[in-house]
Structure formats: structure tokens, C-alpha cells
Design a protein around this ligand. Structure first.
Ligand SMILES: Nc1ncnc2c1ncn2[C@@H]1O[C@H](COP(=O)(O)OP(=O)(O)OP(=O)(O)O)[C@@H](O)[C@H]1O
Length: 243
């Protein structure tokens, strides 16, 4: 497996307060990486830095060993990344048009748009909703549209910030199962912020525990959840996991 993204000596400060400090982090190609930690630990900030939506106060980010920053990123490079958030923020139009929006911005032909959107609606099992207005969907359906809208762009890295947290358990489980298959089938490198250890254990290969703006433990999800260290154990044990 090769390194796709790398962070080096990243610091993120707001006024005089240090929000995040990461000496080194590597994201391996094709891996699904979870980020977990208490409220306010810095998880979303880390996601924003990795997806070039914000700029660190100091430090370096590399994509395929090429240094990139929010200021220097090109449109071509930005197109390698897609993001899905907790709120699906769908547009006031049909499901089809919502999934097509990024392709239209990329000036794809009508034929390509139709093919790609139809394919991804099918993959996410929402073809029957194509003509439905996006504001008339259930939470689970809306999140499927949100994810299809990201995946239709065939990102190299998919960033997910708590996309399942508003869903009921059966809806969440069905979507998690489908998404895991899709991400593995497409070998999409994924960074997934979640508060839910069940989601993390189900979906991720690797896990970072972020506390007080630092990565306090990292490794395979199995190793981290089975053998938390002295610092992460109190946090992980709150989830009643069997160690
Ligand atoms: N632009 C900003 N200005 C001021 N404070 C900020 C800014 N961005 C982040 N913070 C602070 O940095 C800390 C980390 O925020 P962040 O949203 O990354 O945490 P989180 O781990 O994602 O939290 P949660 O689990 O509650 O979503 C918080 O204390 C937050 O208030």
C-alpha cells in the first residue's frame, strides 16, 4: 500500500489558542480512516485541513508526495476530493439534478451526465427516486443522495463528517453496509469523522483518536479499539467496549 496524503508538523491556531498540533500523519491509498475523539477535540478541523478547506497556521500537506496548500491548490487537484457532511444540504430540485450538479459544473456532456448519474443512483439503490424532489426525502434517502452526489465525481479521497449521525439504527446499518461495499469496490480512500464507535468499527481500517488537538493513538481500528493506551482508554471505555 502506498501513501496518498501526508501531514508534517501541522499546527492550527486561532488567535493565541492552539487548536491542532500534528507532527506526522500518513493516509494510505485505498484505506478507510476513522477519526474519533471527544467534542471539541479538533476532528472537524483536521478534516478541513486534509480537504484543503482551511489552511494550517504552519506545517505541510502532501498529496502523492507533492506539497499542496489551500492557496496553491489547482482546480484539477481540488477535483480529487469530495466531501459529505451530516446535513445533506441538498438543492431545491430533483434527486437526479442534485446528483448531476457537480458534473454540470465540470461541463460534462448530457450523455455522460445521464450515464454517470444513472449508474450512481443505481449503486446507492435510489434509482426509483430520480424524479422525486430532494426536499421530500427521508433522512436515509437524503444521505444516499448526498453520498451519490460525492461519489459520482469519482474522488480520489472522500471526506465524511458524521454523515450517519441523524439516522435511525436500521437505516444507518443498511447505508453503512452499502457504503462499505461501494468504497471497497472503488478503492476510494476515505477519511471518516464519527462519534459512534459502532460506525467506526464497522467501516474503518485505521483509526486516529484525537484528543486536545493531538493524535493520541493511531493504528488499525482493531488494535486501537482492543488495546487503547493510557490516554485513550478513558475515552474509548465510555463506549463500553470489551477490551
Ligand atoms: N475558526 C475557529 N475559531 C475559533 N475556534 C475554533 C475555530 N475552529 C475551531 N475552533 C475550536 O477548536 C476546537 C476544535 O473544534 P472542532 O470543530 O475541530 O472539534 P471537533 O472534535 O470536530 O468537535 P465536535 O465533536 O464537537 O464536532 C473547538 O474548541 C472549537 O471551538
Amino acid at each position: 500500500m502506498s501513501i496518498l496524503m501526508r501531514l508534517e508538523n501541522i499546527k492550527y491556531d486561532v488567535k493565541d489558542k492552539r487548536i491542532l498540533s500534528i507532527s506526522s500523519l500518513c493516509i494510505q491509498k485505498g484505506n478507510i480512516v476513522g477519526i474519533m475523539g471527544p467534542n471539541g477535540a479538533g476532528k472537524s478541523t483536521l478534516l478541513k485541513l486534509l480537504s484543503f478547506l482551511d489552511q494550517p497556521s504552519s506545517g505541510n500537506l502532501f498529496y502523492e508526495e507533492r506539497e499542496i496548500s489551500m492557496r496553491t491548490i489547482t482546480i484539477e487537484q481540488r477535483r480529487k476530493f469530495a466531501i459529505a457532511l451530516q446535513q445533506s444540504l441538498l438543492l431545491n430540485t430533483t434527486v437526479f439534478n442534485n446528483v448531476a450538479v457537480g458534473l454540470k459544473l465540470r461541463k460534462e456532456s448530457k450523455k455522460v451526465i445521464k450515464e454517470k448519474v444513472s449508474h450512481w443512483l443505481d449503486v446507492f439503490k435510489i434509482s426509483h427516486l430520480a424524479k422525486k424532489h430532494a426536499y421530500h426525502l427521508s433522512g436515509g434517502e437524503a444521505q444516499r443522495v448526498n453520498l451519490a452526489r460525492a461519489m459520482v465525481l469519482q474522488p480520489k479521497v472522500l471526506f465524511l463528517d458524521e454523515p450517519f449521525s441523524a439516522l435511525d439504527f436500521p437505516t444507518k446499518m443498511k447505508l453503512l453496509k452499502d457504503l462499505k461495499n461501494i468504497l471497497k469496490d472503488t478503492s476510494t480512500t476515505t477519511v471518516f469523522v464519527s462519534h459512534d464507535l459502532m460506525e467506526i468499527k464497522y467501516l474503518t481500517d485505521e483509526l486516529l483518536i484525537v484528543m486536545d488537538g493531538e493524535i493520541k493513538q493511531s493504528g488499525t481500528t482493531k488494535d486501537v479499539t482492543h488495546s487503547p493506551n493510557r490516554i485513550t482508554a478513558p475515552f474509548l471505555n465510555e463506549w463500553n467496549i470489551t477490551i
